[in-house]
Design a protein around this ligand. Structure first.
Ligand code: MF3
Ligand code: CO
Length: 260
């Protein structure tokens, strides 16, 4: 069942999304060699709570933290830890905040200091594939149009698309129908209707698309241990307009010229 949101509900979701974007902007100020991912998790949790939000990942199906930390070969759902970031790492920070009873979900992958040019390009292209997916997300289009746009863009550039994990609808719950795969055929799947709010989140690998779930039951990494990138926005489909509720602007502001 796909829940269509009223204008009032979307306004509330916009508030959650703005808080979330600012939270990632807060994380951005601290991402650097020498910082632990646990420290970043604490910064994000405190920022959400100080602004009336609830870190929705914390305790979600037993997830032990507020932010999923995706270091290098980690695709999604990594735990914050005492791992200390090093020059050359990439770090995806994926998190959900609940405010006013509604959730927003967003991810940005940071470069830690100077990184390998090929990996940097993976970040640039994955972020662009999210923009391409959003451009395909119009009232009257189908989910498959988004999926196909992301897949085509990434595979043309020699990357592979993770298939086991998808984007999703969002609202009172962080995961609602429909699923938004990052691969698939144009013209298939549910029609996008005004009032749908969805998360588009390409997870793109430098090597093969195969993944492994670690023994902790959560951490998802590439099988070949090559890097994986992940960007996500929460997007509202409106009559004749697609509105991206989350924003990378606070991250851009924090990173200055280092923003990808
Ligand atoms: N953006 C992630 C997702 O949609 C958020 C997961 S929170 C967790 O899966 F608690 F499930 F890890
Ligand atoms: Co998500």
């Amino acid at each position: 069942m796909i829940y269509l949101k009223t204008a009032e509900e979307i306004a509330l979701m916009q508030e959650a999304a703005t808080l979330l974007s600012r939270t990632l902007g807060e994380i951005a100020k601290w991402v650097a060699p020498g910082v632990t991912t646990l420290r970043l998790d604490t910064i994000a949790r405190e920022y959400m709570q100080d602004h009336g939000g609830r870190p929705a990942c914390l305790g979600y199906e037993g997830f032990p933290a507020s932010v999923c930390m995706e270091v290098n070969e980690t695709v999604v759902h990594g735990f914050p830890s005492n791992y200390t970031l090093r020059e050359g790492d990439i770090l995806g920070t994926d998190t959900v905040v609940e405010l006013n009873g509604y959730c927003a979900d967003m991810c940005y992958t940071f470069a830690v200091g100077e990184i390998d040019p090929k990996v940097r390009q993976l970040l640039v292209d994955t972020k662009e594939s999210l923009a391409i997916g959003i451009a395909a997300a119009r009232e009257g289009a189908r989910i498959g149009d988004i999926s196909n746009a992301v897949q085509t863009y990434c595979e043309k550039r020699g990357y592979s698309v993770v298939r086991e994990m998808c984007g999703h609808g969002i609202g009172r719950k962080m995961h609602e129908s429909p699923e938004i795969p990052n691969y698939g055929r144009r013209g298939i799947g549910p029609v996008l209707k005004a009032g749908m709010v969805i998360c588009i989140e390409p997870m793109i690998n430098l090597g093969s698309r195969n993944i492994v779930i670690e023994r902790d039951g959560w951490t998802c990494r590439t099988k070949d241990r090559k890097p994986s990138a992940h960007f996500e926005h929460t997007v509202a489909i409106l009559h004749g307009e697609t509105r991206v509720l989350t924003s990378f602007d606070p991250i851009a502001e924090a990173l200055g010229p280092r923003f990808i």
